[in-house]
Design a protein around this ligand. Structure first.
Ligand SMILES: Cc1cc2nc3c(=O)[nH]c(=O)nc-3n(C[C@H](O)[C@H](O)[C@H](O)COP(=O)(O)OP(=O)(O)OC[C@H]3O[C@@H](n4cnc5c(N)ncnc54)[C@H](O)[C@@H]3O)c2cc1C
Length: 388
């Protein structure tokens, strides 16, 4: 795997400046475009979607999240869009959008969360007319193409939710409600509300069939991507907490050691969940009989990572105290960013669904969570054998 540590270092440093200036993270996006990370999942590249690379992809998302949470969020949207193109675009569309990334370094985003009005598409003989607004549009107009979902008047047997990819050059500045984004954290994700009403596109912008976006297992199974970014952010909180304690020469205190141990164990548990979720995705996503398992596993991964991150935030705050959480210190922003980004849709329903899956299984719990042998390094396997 290519070493992106230089990029991560730069993204980390820029986060401080962007937070202070309140500007768009334009320099961060430029670095991302120059890095080669935009093309990494395209055919022939390191994490080509056609191969089974999900665990490595999740590790990459975790790394980007650890360098800069807002850019992690925007980059996850880019990867998600390319995956939906991989799954649902026709060959000509795929070639066109892939070329846009490969040759012109275009950045994509998925904006599915409706604004106050929701989105509908009027599909006429030769064009699509969009009506309504989207909220939480991460990347705003730094994104070159936005995948938005909405209701269409096209008949469908499943659901009438249709994907459309909007070239952002068709979206004028006045449509972006910059004042709509005043969150507790993740300010640099610039997740504005954008009103698309009246934007007209040709039929090439339609991606897949109505109902494709919400299809199992990809929609709910995709939660493992944002969970990876969140876990990377928790790793950053851990690292910066350790830096703070080191500077104050407080690492040898017994109570600090207790909290450091707890944070380390929590994060490592999260790393194991994310890695296993990646392998489970590759094992199950082509087998309809395993979709229910895959979705339940993704739901459980997402909620476990949320709990892990909340534990790390609490332990970190207790470690560094009020002085460690003072702006413009870096940790203060990381705490706000991660707390805010942990708020993802319908967590209670997600737990209910995971529990429902476990209840429907008639085997014991020991059969519910496969741990894949390839997750363990060879050396560790040998050590295990030696103990037995
Ligand atoms: C930084 C950031 C960037 C984002 N970027 C994007 C993006 O680029 N694209 C995009 O599409 N989205 C984006 N989102 C939106 C995200 O996908 C979620 O839609 C959003 O975070 C939902 O958060 P919520 O806590 O308000 O969810 P909710 O689902 O409203 O959950 C809040 C609480 O209400 C409960 N609840 C939910 N439904 C009900 C109900 N019917 N009755 C009673 N209680 C209920 C939940 O269990 C939870 O306790 C982003 C979000 C964040 C934070």
């Amino acid at each position: 795997m290519t070493d992106y540590s230089q990029l991560y270092h730069q993204l980390d440093a820029l986060a401080v400046l962007t937070e202070q200036s309140g500007e768009m993270p334009a320099e961060e996006i430029l670095l991302l475009k120059k890095s080669g990370l935009l093309t990494i999942v395209l055919p022939g590249h390191e994490l080509d979607f056609a191969n089974e690379n999900t665990a490595a992809l999740l590790a990459l998302l975790k790394d980007v999240g650890r360098s800069n949470g807002a850019i992690g969020r925007i980059y996850e949207g880019h990867i998600n869009t390319l995956y939906l193109i991989h799954l649902y675009a026709d060959p000509a569309q795929r070639r066109y959008w892939y070329n846009e990334v490969e040759l012109n370094r275009k950045l994509f985003g998925v904006w599915n969360t409706d604004g106050a009005t929701g989105i509908s598409f009027q599909v006429t003989g030769h064009q699509i007319i969009i009506n309504g607004a989207k909220g939480f549009c991460s990347g705003s107009n730094l994104v070159d193409y936005a995948l938005i979902g909405g209701k269409t008047d096209l008949p469908s047997a499943t659901s009438n939710w249709q994907m459309v990819i909007v070239p952002m050059q068709e979206v004028e500045e006045y449509r972006i409600e910059r004042n709509s984004w005043r969150p507790m954290g993740m300010k640099a994700s610039v997740s504005h509300t954008i009103d698309f009403s009246g934007v007209k596109l040709d039929h090439n912008a339609l991606l897949g069939q109505t109902g494709d976006y919400l299809k199992a297992p990809y929609f709910l199974g995709g939660a493992i991507r944002f969970a990876s970014v969140q876990l990377g952010m928790a790793e950053a909180v851990y690292n910066k907490t350790m830096d703070f304690l080191r500077r104050l020469d407080r690492l040898e205190d017994h109570f600090q050691k207790m909290r450091i141990g707890k944070m380390g164990m929590a994060i490592h548990s999260g790393q194991l969940w994310i890695d296993n979720a990646g392998h489970e995705f590759d094992r199950c996503s082509n087998q309809p009989a395993l979709y229910e398992h895959l979705i339940a596993y993704a739901n459980m991964t997402r909620l476990t990572i949320e709990a892990t991150c909340l534990d790390v935030l609490q332990l970190s705050a207790q470690c560094v105290g009020a002085r460690g959480l003072m702006a413009p210190g870096d940790l203060e922003r990381w705490h706000r960013d991660l707390s805010y980004y942990l708020r993802q849709p319908a967590p209670d329903a997600t737990l209910q669904n995971a529990a429902g899956y476990l209840i429907r299984r008639e085997e014991g719990i020991e059969h519910s969570f496969p741990i894949q042998a390839q997750n363990f390094p060879v050396q560790a396997q040998n050590e295990q054998t030696a103990y037995s």
